[in-house]
Design a protein around this ligand. Structure first.
Ligand code: ARG
Length: 462
């Protein structure tokens, strides 16, 4: 049999496809990842066609059994994927006809690869959104556990990466949690638009068979059937939306990564990362590198790239389906793999972080972190804030020259700057006093951190 006769669409062709063109246009090497979704879609389609009397029940049963056997073959690694058969859809359909004969050729009645592939991607992405949500939730739970444990651990809070005010480590971890909470909201919102069904749109205009889209919708667990056949086969907004939220979520992970890289350095030494998350250097025997956060930080770039790829892919495409759309899969798949892998690595790593509490505390003590507290103290004694700011600025300059923190100064040293300063000043100059005083919703006080953890836990379990 000649090559052209082998093709499922060979009828109108008079010569075989150029060999390079065949390889160039094929997608099976990457879209075979959707075999499970493709088979589920076909089973639902065949079930509906039989109910609509387009297929007999025997034909339906033969098709469904054949598809299930093919599914098992693929899972066992015994399926022979063929580039000549172009994509996952035609590979599976051709194999079905091999196995069950002419009835296999009836599966594609009232359907096109255009609505088939759009359905497959949505099912695939929906499945993976659920996996991502699981890892994201696991990471968020890990952060809450650590934040609760470290609710009273003091560290410097930074602005401009300069010591600003003391904060609790638990509070810092809850800031990470808030980024992820928004990511999770965006994921759930994206899922709503992913979970709509193109099947039934056929090539572009719908089909002349008496199909029941409501039935396939129900069988496949979609929320709705897409409203317009031209839009349904050509829309890839859902993939763009996913990549946008994935890029933002990776951006959040990259910010956390950057802090972990800084904190595990000898210069900060705030955190010890257990060896199992690190690697060594082949030349410098002393090195222990924070590879996991570094790689997550680096991988953010490729997800940003995938978002731009998909936006550019869709830009200016005329309705309806165009072969361009085959280019949607690799960016989407890689964005999913990258986000899922990064979340998993973080979810494993976060509960294992070991804070060096003494080092963190000492860093806060050394950096004049309670200077604002001294200014607020003077305001309570009746001095205007701007004047208080000036007074404390001078005290800090003195401390820099004398290599003394504010809390290391004697009362007479402090009183050089204002006679409003009394013995009670030392209560506000302590790190514990400083964090405990910020005792309102969203503040850094240990009490607030514990309450925020409890609220977040309850919201996460809903
Ligand atoms: N492999 C194709 C894709 O990924 C499937 C749809 C092809 N449709 C077509 N009429 N050529 O988009």
């Amino acid at each position: 049999m000649s090559d052209k006769q082998n093709k499922l669409w060979g009828g109108r062709f008079s010569e075989s496809t150029d060999e390079f063109v065949q390889a160039f246009t094929a997608s099976v090497n990457f879209d075979q990842r959707m075999y499970d979704q493709d088979i589920r879609g076909s089973i639902a389609h065949a079930t509906m066609l039989a109910e609509a009397r387009v297929l007999s029940n025997d034909e339906r049963d033969a098709i469904i059994n054949g598809l299930k056997e093919i599914h098992a073959e693929i899972e066992a690694g015994e399926f022979q994927w063929s580039v000549a058969l172009e994509d996952v859809h035609m590979n599976i359909e051709a194999r079905l006809t091999d196995r069950i004969g002419i009835t296999g050729k009836k599966l594609h009645t009232g359907r096109s690869r255009n609505d088939q592939v759009a359905t497959d991607i949505r099912l695939w992405l929906r499945d993976h959104i659920d996996l991502i949500d699981g890892e994201l939730t696991r990471l968020m739970q890990g952060l809450l556990g650590l934040a609760e444990r470290e609710a009273a651990t003091i560290m410097p809070g930074f602005t401009h990466l300069q010591t600003a005010q003391p904060v609790t480590f638990g509070h810092h971890l809850l800031a990470w949690f808030e980024m992820l909470r928004r990511d999770r909201e965006r994921l759930a919102d994206c899922r709503k638009r992913v979970n709509r069904m193109p099947l039934g749109s056929a090539a572009l205009a719908g089909t002349t068979y008496p199909i029941n889209r409501e039935r396939t919708r129900e069988l496949l667990g979609f929320d709705e059937a897409c409203y317009n056949s031209l839009d349904a086969v050509s829309d890839r907004d859902f993939a763009i939306e996913f990549c946008a939220l994935a890029a933002l979520s990776m951006t959040h992970l990259s910010r956390m990564s950057e802090e972990l890289v800084l904190w595990t350095s000898a210069q900060f030494n705030f955190i010890n990362l257990p060896d199992r998350f690190c690697t060594g250097s082949s030349i410098m025997p002393q090195k222990k590198n924070p590879d996991v956060p570094e790689l997550v930080r680096g991988k953010t770039g490729r997800v940003n790239g995938h978002l731009i790829s998909l936006l550019t892919l869709m830009k200016s495409q005329p309705l309806a389906y165009n072969k361009d759309n085959q280019e949607d899969k690799e960016p989407l798949f890689d964005a999913v793999d990258t986000l899922l892998g990064s979340l998993r690595a973080f979810a494993d790593m976060v509960p294992a972080l070991e804070p060096n509490r003494e080092v963190m505390r000492e860093a806060a003590r050394r950096g004049f972190a309670t200077a604002t507290d001294l200014a607020d103290y003077l305001v309570r004694k009746g001095i205007a804030f701007r004047d208080a700011h000036e007074i404390v600025g001078k005290a800090v300059a003195f401390g820099v020259a004398q290599k003394k923190d504010l809390s290391d100064m004697s009362i007479s040293e402090l009183r050089q700057f204002s006679d409003q300063i009394d013995e009670d000043v030392f209560e506000v100059l302590t790190l514990e006093g400083s964090v405990s005083a910020r005792n309102h919703i969203g503040g850094t006080a240990p009490e607030q951190v514990r309450a925020a953890v409890a609220r977040a836990r309850e919201a996460l379990s809903r």
